[in-house]
Design a protein around this ligand. Sequence first.
Ligand SMILES: [Fe+2]
Length: 207
Amino acid sequence: MNELIEKAHFETIMALSEALDAKDSYTAGHSRRVMQYSARIAWRMGMGEAEFGQLKKSALLHDLGKIGVPDAILRKRDKLSEEEFEVIRAHPGIGADILRAVESFRPLVPAVYHHHERFDGKGYPDGIRGDAIPIQARIIAVADSFDAMTSNRAYRSAFPAEAALREIERNKGTQFDPLVADAFVSCTRDMVTDILKDSFDEPEYYL
Ligand SMILES: [Fe+2]
């Protein structure tokens, strides 16, 4: 793709993700932060450039299917019923269906469709496990959980970042790919250490 088209493509994705986050004040900025955390993990894991670009787009659009979930369910403060959970669990499939309809978005389908799988196979929609889950989806799963834990939600207030990092470590090998979890925890801790030492250079993946 030439540079101008690629830029327009990325901006379209940014706009779509911002429209989605605007549905709910609790999710403002969520997609962008999930992209930034995902990029940080991929950088640390040495992901190739083409895959890295796809990952950033997939991370921005991971919850696109929530467009098809009624606000009354997304914003509910009380415990969800089993039927309501079923509706929420449809969002990766809805997102994948929307993306599949646009040829240039098709490469993003696997990461978006599988972002709620768990490393131990107890996730959804397909319940696949380990390396069978696309690496991009395993990365988005860690980034998404960290952002969910460190943000206020309708039903609870945010965890401190350190508690969220410990929670990610505690769920290595069950919910999360251990290599992905280690990459995220170590680079996040290193970044805090560098900031405290005043030697933090903003990596180019933030730009
Ligand atoms: Fe999701």
